[in-house]
Every structure is written in structure tokens, then in C-alpha cells.
Design a protein around this ligand. Structure first.
Ligand SMILES: CC(=O)N[C@H]1[C@@H](OP(=O)(O)O)O[C@H](CO)[C@@H](O)[C@@H]1O
Ligand SMILES: [Mg+2]
Length: 556
């Protein structure tokens, strides 16, 4: 058929209608919405969504000349019975925003005819030729519902004649890696071998180079949230230099993947960050270095206990500043003829002290985007070296082509410069540039700590966090809470008059900052505040919560 042509009684369309009846819509869900994290809900309700994602992944691949599209089945840090799905674009980035609404449309058909109709709308809108090749790869985390959901996905792929490959159980960033590796395998600079082992080889070799002349302080303990990060980190360790070689001993805890119900339970990066406490299974002594992955291993936070014990968190802001300081130093020492622009991208939830440290101490550019990794990723891509992290521990570093060319083509002028250059080159290979990756970020942090000869105490004293609080408030209608574009979501446009009230309140506190926005993932609005004293923060955030409560009551 011609591009854009669609026949509701055509071969593929008939196959869709016949197959989708095996994956009916669950009565429990009114409407599915593709949000920041793709689709996410109870695993039992997602078969129909998976079928639709099979259709859409195939269409997206056909639209992009047969380039391989990824499908990741995971619900990250959510509980074990939940599941979810996200599409991955050809260079390993998140699905293009325009297509998110098509994802929503294609899974919300009330009957087979409506599903076929939605499929046809995408074909017409994007002028897609159904006879063209389509390639999709997919993987899932360790959730029990994953194996069944894969069948629904495959049914959608089969109905529309898509060539596909199942990569089994992987971390989310591994799937992103594989998508990019697949699409660049015939390029001059392939991203890496197209296999899970290829991922370990690339990162393992880079870590070995980065650690060549330094020794780590051992040990470090990794809480894997009882998720997919556990078996994958254990596999990664086989490719790393041994403790004798580099000084690093890695303990893996919370690795009970066979026990589905303990996934993310009282452990993992999200628990540690939101509860501000050590995970289940913590047995560290004062100042022992620990970190936690989330359930699909795309987030990481570090922490330790001071005597007391007093819990101290080293979150995404800390990793961003550590990485920016390290990379900035290396770039300066390599003395490139080209000027490489380094920047740090954060959201408004970043602690003010970290942003100040970036601009004043590191003398680097700092920028803020709205919440959500795709915003940070796009902004970071505009720098030669763009470091981005959400405070919750999701982030990575992006190197522009110019940066890569400069770094790899430079002729060193001294043995010391060669050493720095080698470390910087290793960093470009060690860091997963497709998406935040707990395993890759973990090894980056470990390499940096070894180079800087930092203990956790030295790391945390680089700056002092401002007292802060993140609260949430359930409201009748969170969609009433809209922010002014270009303010990184820090000013409300509506409800009318609320921002003025917040401003008046915040002005009462020394170095006060407070903003309110609707959550994209939960049915609530979030309130973030910081000020010079923690007493002030508590008071300010509580008063703002009360203001919202009063509004919410009258507007409902
Ligand atoms: C304050 C906060 O941590 N917000 C999280 C949360 O978004 P909300 O839109 O705030 O619900 O979930 C997002 C997806 O995981 C993550 O990107 C983001 O950082
Ligand atoms: Mg995650």
C-alpha cells in the first residue's frame, strides 16, 4: 500500500482486530494515559496496553525507516504487583513527545474497531507505509507479570508484521544501550556490541582504564532494591578489575529477586531518598559507604551514617556536582585548543546550595528545566559536556560530537596530560549516554572518589545542603495548578492569586524559596521549600500547604 494509505479491512488491520480480542480492556480502568514514566498501573490490567504498544512501536519504527525501537516493561520503584511500559527511540532516548498522545489514543479503543481506527490515524498522520520494515527489541524487569505481558506485546508485533527480538530480563538502561547499539552498529563509531555482554565489556573496560593509576577505598555496599539491578550488577562485577587490582570490593545486598513481594520493599533508591533513612538490611558502621539502586536500576543515591547514628544522604545533586567538578578539572588539565562548554542541568528540586556550588565554586553554567528526565536530557544535550541529575538520583552526562572529537583526537603534550586524557576518554565510555543508569553512575562515582581520594565525609563537606522539605497535598483538582512557562515550574499561573500569597509568605524567611506544582505521577500537588533554618522551612511549607487547602476546599 502507498504511504499513509490505510484500509480498515486490510491484511494487517484484520489481523489486529482478530488478535486484540484476546487482550480486552480491563473494566477497572477508565482511561490509560502515557505519562512521564510511560504507562504504569497494576500489572494485571496492562495486557491490552502492551498489545497497543506493540502496534505503536512497529509504527514508530516504520516511520523512522526501520530503525529499531525499544520497549521496556517495568514499573521501576513501584510495588511488585504494578507494572508499566515505555518506548525507547533510536538513539536510546525517550519516545518523542508528539507520539505520547498517540500512545494514549491507541490503547484507549473501546472495541477492536476503535483500536484499528486509532492505528489508521497514526498511519495517516505520519504518512506511514505499512509494507516497509519495522524492528523492535524489548526487555523486562523481574516483576512476575512481565512474562505474561511480553506475550501481549508480541501479539501486537506479530499482527503487524514487525521483526522483533526479546532480550529477556534487563535493567532499563541496558535496554536503552541495546537500542542505540543496534541502530549504530554499521556506523563509523558504533555505540557498542549488540548484546548484554557487550554492555558489560564496554563499561568494564572503561572502568579498568579509569582506575589504572588509582586505588579505591573499600568496601562499598549496594542495595539493589531486590530488583533486576542485583543479578546485573553481579554480572558486571565479573568484568571489573578485582579488589587486588583496584582496591574496590563491592558488596551486593537486597538481591532476593526470586521473592517477588520484597521488590522495592523498605529498600531501594526511592525509599532511601523519600524516607531519608537507611534501607532494610543495612548493617553499616559509621561512615561506611552505601548506595541504593531503584527497582529497574536507572537511579542511584549514596548515603552513610554518622555516629549517633545520623543519616546523611548523597543524592543526585551530590553526584551531579561531583561529576561536574571532576570532568571540569580534567578538561582544564587537558588544555584543549577548542573551548568545551560544560554545564549542569537540574530541576527546581535541586538543593539551592548545590546550584550555588556549581556557579560560584566550580564556575560552571547551571540551568533549570521542568521536572522529568526528558527535559533535563534535552537541555544537557545543548552543552559539549552536559551533566544532568534529578535530586532523586536519575541522571547522566552527555558528550557532544564536538566534545568526543576533541577528547579523542587530542595529542597529549606530557605524560601527565596523557594520563588525564586517558581518564577523560574512559569517562566517555563508562557513562551511559542514553539515559541515567545506576550501574554506570555507580562506577563513575567510585572512579571519581578514588581519583579525588574522597571518603563519604570529604564528599559531603564540599558544600552544606540548605534545610529543605518536600511535601505533598491532595487537592480536588490538581489540573488547576498550572505553572508559568520558563520558570522551571517555580511560579503558579493558576489558581489565580495563589502565587502572590505564596510570595508574601516566602518573603518572611531568610533565604526562603518555596514552589508548588502538580505532580505528573501522583494525584497531588507537591510543595518544595528551603530556607536558612529548618524551623523556618517547616513553618513556611506548612503555611503554604494550608493556603492550598483553603483554596482546594472552595474551588471544588
Ligand atoms: C519531586 C520528584 O521527585 N518528582 C519525581 C516524580 O515526578 P512528579 O511529576 O513530581 O510526580 O516522578 C518522576 C518520574 O519518575 C521523576 O522524574 C520526578 O523527579
Ligand atoms: Mg527507575
Amino acid at each position: 500500500m502507498a504511504p499513509g494509505a490505510f484500509d480498515p479491512k486490510g491484511k494487517l488491520e484484520t489481523a489486529i482486530a482478530e488478535s486484540v480480542v484476546n487482550f480486552p480492556r480491563p473494566a477497572e480502568v477508565d482511561k490509560f494515559t502515557y505519562g512521564t514514566a510511560g504507562f504504569r498501573t497494576k500489572g494485571d490490567w496492562l495486557d491490552h496496553v502492551m498489545f497497543g504498544m506493540g502496534l505503536l512501536a512497529g509504527l514508530r519504527s516504520r516511520k523512522l525507516k526501520g530503525q529499531t525501537i525499544g520497549v521496556m516493561i517495568t514499573a521501576s520503584h513501584n510495588k511488585a504487583e504494578d507494572n508499566g511500559v515505555k518506548l525507547v527511540d533510536p538513539m536510546g532516548e525517550m519516545l518523542e513527545q508528539d507520539w505520547e498522545s498517540w500512545a494514549t489514543t491507541i490503547v484507549n479503543g473501546q472495541n477492536p474497531e476503535e483500536t484499528v481506527k486509532a492505528y489508521g490515524e497514526v498511519i495517516q498522520k505520519y504518512n506511514i507505509d505499512q509494507d516497509k520494515p519495522a524492528n523492535v527489541i524489548y526487555a523486562r524487569d523481574t516483576r512476575p507479570s512481565g512474562a505474561r505481558l511480553v506475550k501481549a506485546l508480541e501479539a501486537g508485533l506479530k499482527a503487524t508484521n514487525v521483526t522483533y527480538k526479546d532480550f529477556g530480563i534487563l535493567t532499563t538502561p541496558q535496554l536503552h544501550y541495546l537500542v542505540r547499539a543496534t541502530n549504530t552498529q554499521n556506523d563509523k563509531n558504533p555505540y557498542g556490541e549488540v548484546s548484554e555482554a557487550g554492555y558489560y565489556k564496554k563499561i568494564g573496560a572503561a572502568f579498568r582504564t579509569a582506575m589504572k593509576n588509582v586505588k579505591a577505598t573499600s568496601p562499598v555496599t549496594v542495595d539493589c532494591a531486590n530488583g533486576v539491578g542485583a543479578p546485573k550488577l553481579k554480572e558486571m562485577i565479573k568484568y571489573l578489575p578485582t579488589e587486588e587490582e583496584c582496591g574496590l570490593k563491592i558488596n551486593v545486598v537486597n538481591d532476593r529477586v526470586e521473592q517477588a513481594e520484597v521488590l522495592n520493599k523498605d529498600c531501594g533508591a526511592d525509599y532511601v531518598k523519600t524516607q531519608q533513612k537507611v534501607p532494610q538490611g543495612f548493617d553499616g558502621k559509621a561512615y561506611d559507604r552505601w548506595c541504593s539502586f531503584d527497582g529497574d536500576a536507572d537511579r542511584i543515591v549514596y548515603y552513610f551514617n554518622e555516629e549517633g547514628p545520623v543519616f546523611r544522604l548523597l543524592d543526585g545533586d551530590r553526584i551531579a556536582t561531583l561529576a561536574a567538578s571532576f570532568l571540569g578539572d580534567l578538561v582544564a588539565k587537558c588544555d584543549f585548543s577548542e573551548n568545551l562548554k560544560l554545564g549542569v542541568v537540574q530541576t527546581a528540586y535541586a538543593n539551592g546550595a548545590s546550584s550555588k556550588y556549581v556557579t560560584e565554586r566550580l564556575q560552571l553554567q547551571s540551568e533549570f528545566t521542568p521536572t522529568g528526565v526528558k527535559h533535563l536530557h534535552h537541555a544537557a544535550a545543548r552543552y559539549d559536556i552536559g551533566v544532568y541529575f534529578e535530586a532523586n538520583g536519575h541522571g547522566t552526562v552527555l558528550f557532544s560530537n564536538k566534545a568526543l572529537n576533541t577528547i579523542w583526537s587530542k595529542e597529549p603534550e606530557s605524560p601527565a596530560q596523557l594520563e588525564n586524557l586517558e581518564v577523560l576518554r574512559a569517562a566517555t565510555e563508562l557513562i551511559n549516554q542514553t539515559v541515567g543508569d545506576a550501574i554506570s553512575d555507580f562506577l563513575l562515582v567510585e572512579a571519581i572518589l578514588a581519583h579525588k581520594e574522597y571518603t563519604v565525609q570529604e564528599w559531603i563537606t564540599t558544600y552544606t545542603d540548605k534545610p529543605n522539605k518536600l511535601a505533598k497535598q491532595v487537592v480536588k483538582r490538581r489540573d488547576e495548578y498550572k505553572t508559568v512557562p520558563g520558570t522551571a515550574e517555580q511560579k503558579l499561573e493558576s489558581p489565580k492569586g495563589l502565587q502572590e500569597q505564596i510570595d508574601t509568605e516566602v518573603a518572611k524567611y531568610r533565604e526562603g524559596r518555596c514552589f508548588v506544582r502538580a505532580s505528573g505521577t501522583e494525584d497531588a500537588v507537591r510543595i518544595y521549600g528551603e530556607a536558612l533554618s529548618s524551623y523556618d522551612v517547616d513553618h513556611m511549607v506548612q503555611t503554604v500547604a494550608d493556603l492550598i487547602n483553603m483554596r482546594s476546599g472552595s474551588s471544588g
